[in-house]
Design a protein. Structure first.
Length: 155
């Protein structure tokens, strides 16, 4: 995978505008994207290909409404595996359908997991599967804002 480095591969204001437009609506047509950022459709296509080839755009996804899917409760669970149980905990978390995102982290905890849940009792069921192998610390969450990271333009 090529990165946007070197004199011929710079991240510029048009790339930034294209990423912002896609972040707002990843299903926008090439025609709509090209109008929004001020490029021809072929120029827009070329930019998209370049950003994908460089690994800047890793894919396109769907933003789901957890509550509409029957999961009105979300939580972040910090998981600290018991000594010798790291691999078992990692396997358990990978296979847990409620776990929609999991990060292996440094520090006291081994993992931080984002769970989609039907209820508090469902949360209890999930935690009981984990506490056989690890300590947990749970926070109920509500998404406030999802945004892009700061995108700096190369000069």
């Amino acid at each position: 995978m090529k990165k946007l480095t070197g004199d011929d591969q710079k991240f510029d204001s048009i790339d930034r505008a294209l990423i912002c437009a896609l972040h707002s609506n990843a299903r926008a047509s090439l025609r709509a994207l090209s109008r929004e950022i001020g490029l021809s459709a072929p120029g827009c296509t070329e930019r998209l290909k370049r950003l994908e080839n460089a690994g800047v755009i890793a894919g396109f996804s769907v933003d789901l409404d957890a509550e509409a899917l029957g999961f009105p409760l979300q939580s972040m669970v910090r998981v600290k595996p018991f000594p010798g149980k790291l691999l078992e905990v990692e396997k358990l978390l990978r296979e847990m359908p409620e776990n929609i995102a999991c990060f292996k982290v440094t520090g006291d905890d081994g993992f931080v997991c984002h769970l989609y849940l039907r209820s508090v009792s469902h949360l209890d069921e999930v935690l009981h599967r984990i506490i056989k192998f690890a300590d947990t610390n749970t926070s109920i969450i509500k998404m406030v804002e999802r945004k892009l990271p700061p995108l700096k333009v190369s000069k």
